[in-house]
Design a protein around this ligand. Sequence first.
Ligand SMILES: Nc1ncnc2c1ncn2[C@@H]1O[C@H](COP(=O)(O)OP(=O)(O)OP(=O)(O)O)[C@@H](O)[C@H]1O
Ligand SMILES: [Mg+2]
Length: 319
Amino acid sequence: MIITVTLNAALDKTLEVPNFTPGRRHRTVDQTTMPGGKGVNVARAIKRLGQPVIATGLAGGATGTRIVEALNDEAILNAFVRIREESRTNTAVLDPTTGMHTEINERGPAVSEIEFELFVEKLLYLAKGASICVFAGSLPRGVHADVYAILIREVKRLGVMTMVDTEGDPLRFAVRAEPAVVSPNEPEAEELVGHEFNDLDDRAQAVAEITRLGASEAIMTVTDGCYAQVLEEGGQAAYRVRVSEQEPRSRIGSGDAFLAGYIAARYGGRSAVDCLRYGVACGAESTQHFGAGVLDPGKVERLLGEVEAERLGVGAEIG
Ligand SMILES: Nc1ncnc2c1ncn2[C@@H]1O[C@H](COP(=O)(O)OP(=O)(O)OP(=O)(O)O)[C@@H](O)[C@H]1O
Ligand SMILES: [Mg+2]
């Protein structure tokens, strides 16, 4: 079983608004509402890829009830701890004329100590039957920035492989807890490492640097694939994985789809480089759908043929 942890679950509302202009009144031509938060998106994609997954985390108020009901409607196994304060509703405006999207994310609810203790108890119970646990997304108010780090250490003790996709201080702390995998996008990785990346060398060195900070493997996603420092039988290896850029319908959640693909492949026992290639194909395919974590496994397989992986050595010249 794979567990996804979403401490700041949300109801994601996407409004399709042609010619969106701030300060004007608009009508939507299409709209969708789905449960979200990164861990939930990852769970949706893993389920679609056919691997067993359960989504846990915190959900509160009437919005929390809608999140859980909508997960049930999608037949995504879930075990959320209910909290008193209302979960977020996040609104994204997608302009089909320009392809631009604008996101407005509500401030998350505050969590009490008792509610959080209940969550930890639930997570450790679930972890007894799991082999992979993913911590993804932002934190609600009331929990310290090192909670992912604390949970990683606890879950690792049970022999579960841990993966993290978050940013800022929660990521900084989490990396030091030595998770198996972290998967920031480029701006998140730049913030973690502390400088901007300009070329291939910078990016290859960044993923290596992140492993020195504590993660066993580091993957940095970029628009056309990823850079990764992974463990193989022979030891550490660096890869640049590429896919041709797709004309996106919506890029929201492509990082979540990447991570889901990587995890699904890993759960299926594939090699590190195959997991990276599969993740990149999933991220790319998901851009063809509205809705985070939505992808078509058949089309992922077709795209996989176009995904190239290059092993980076000293003095590599792959851009
Ligand atoms: N236009 C695109 N064409 C092909 N692949 C794409 C495109 N956009 C994103 N991807 C794929 O999706 C993956 C994740 O992309 P990105 O780094 O943008 O994620 P992200 O910023 O973490 O997204 P989010 O956090 O919103 O889910 C990449 O590995 C990339 O291969
Ligand atoms: Mg991301």
